[in-house]
Design a protein around this ligand. Structure first.
Ligand SMILES: [Zn+2]
Length: 314
């Protein structure tokens, strides 16, 4: 009984094999043509030899000196800057490890530098004469609270904040303007801020992305002023009470100190630090050389920077 069945199956299977082989032979010649047509454009797209030019300047972060003979690397390819601090690299599209090294400067590394078009890319580096341990005291790398992503509008409140007895006098408004101008002269970032006067009477009048300076005669702060972060608006409010301390020049000292808080330095530095951000008297009468460097450094480095200068992206 089983044998005939086996034979039938065998014959049928054998017949299938022959038909399949014949079919394969029949269809085989066109197959390479089909695949050739598919492979050729794909491999051409992968290797067109397209290159982009990434060029820029390498500069000292504090005084904008163009740095000569800095080594700019994209993975293993190295380029030297010329006398004008300029480099130019021709690169295939892709993601590179970008680094800048130069004698006397801390190295700067960007782990994922995407090259996808021609690009001008300037980069600041920090001289080793600057003590990064002191910079840490300003807590600028902590990332607890953000710095401004774009230059904020700076608003001088002309109203009576929180029912204050008085508004700023014209002399005080002149002082505020001169302190803002000073900050603008220190920082190319804040030099792009616009300055306006507006009636601000309560916190609800504070707009987004702004630094708002108001007078409140009822506020009693040991600093003579106070800075508070309005996180969801990405804004900072500075409240000043000119009646708190009438020492000549103190009004401007308070403003400089509070402005430092408002632009992102939220904590006080140890009293022995040469900075307007010390918590106690004597407070320096002006921004110190250290303050000026710290402001430049903070706004010329990416916000998510690991200590000291490696970032994941541009
Ligand atoms: Zn303070």
């Amino acid at each position: 009984m089983k044998r005939p069945v086996f034979e039938i199956w065998f014959k049928t299977a054998g017949a299938r094999l022959i038909i399949a082989a014949a079919a394969l032979l029949f269809y085989l010649p066109p197959l390479p043509i089909v695949f050739t047509g598919f492979i050729t454009p794909a491999s051409a797209a992968q290797d067109t030899g397209a290159e982009y030019e990434v060029s820029g300047k390498i500069m000292d972060i504090f005084d904008e000196t163009r740095i000569y003979k800095a080594v700019v690397s994209f993975d293993d390819e190295q380029f030297l800057t010329g006398a004008s601090g300029h480099f130019s690299a021709k690169l295939k599209p892709g993601v590179y490890k970008f680094s800048v090294t130069c004698e006397g400067y801390y190295p700067r590394v960007i782990n994922n530098f995407a090259v996808e078009s021609n690009e001008e890319y300037d980069q600041y580096i920090i001289p080793q004469s600057f003590d990064l341990e002191i910079y840490k005291k300003f807590n600028a790398y902590s990332g607890l609270l953000p710095k401004f992503a774009n230059p904020p509008q700076i608003i001088i409140g002309t109203g009576k904040y929180n029912g204050s007895k008085n508004s700023f006098s014209s002399e005080q408004i002149d002082s505020i303007n001169s302190v803002i101008s000073q900050l603008k002269s220190i920082s190319d970032f804040f030099s792009r801020s616009t300055v306006v006067k507006r009636d601000i009477e309560s916190a609800k009048d504070i707009p987004e992305d702004a630094i708002v300076i108001c007078r409140d005669d009822f506020a009693n702060y040991t600093e003579g002023g106070h800075a508070e972060h309005h996180g969801w608006k990405r804004s900072h409010l500075i409240v000043v009470n000119p009646l708190h301390n009438r020492l000549k020049g103190f009004f401007e000292v308070v403003l400089r100190h509070e402005l430092m808080h408002a632009i992102g330095f939220y904590i006080h530095v140890p009293p022995e630090t040469d900075s307007i951000l010390v918590p106690t008297f004597p407070i320096p009468p002006d921004y110190t050389a250290l303050d000026r460097k710290v402001i430049k450094l903070f706004y010329r480095m990416p916000s998510k920077v690991s200590y000291p200068h490696a970032t994941d992206g541009k």
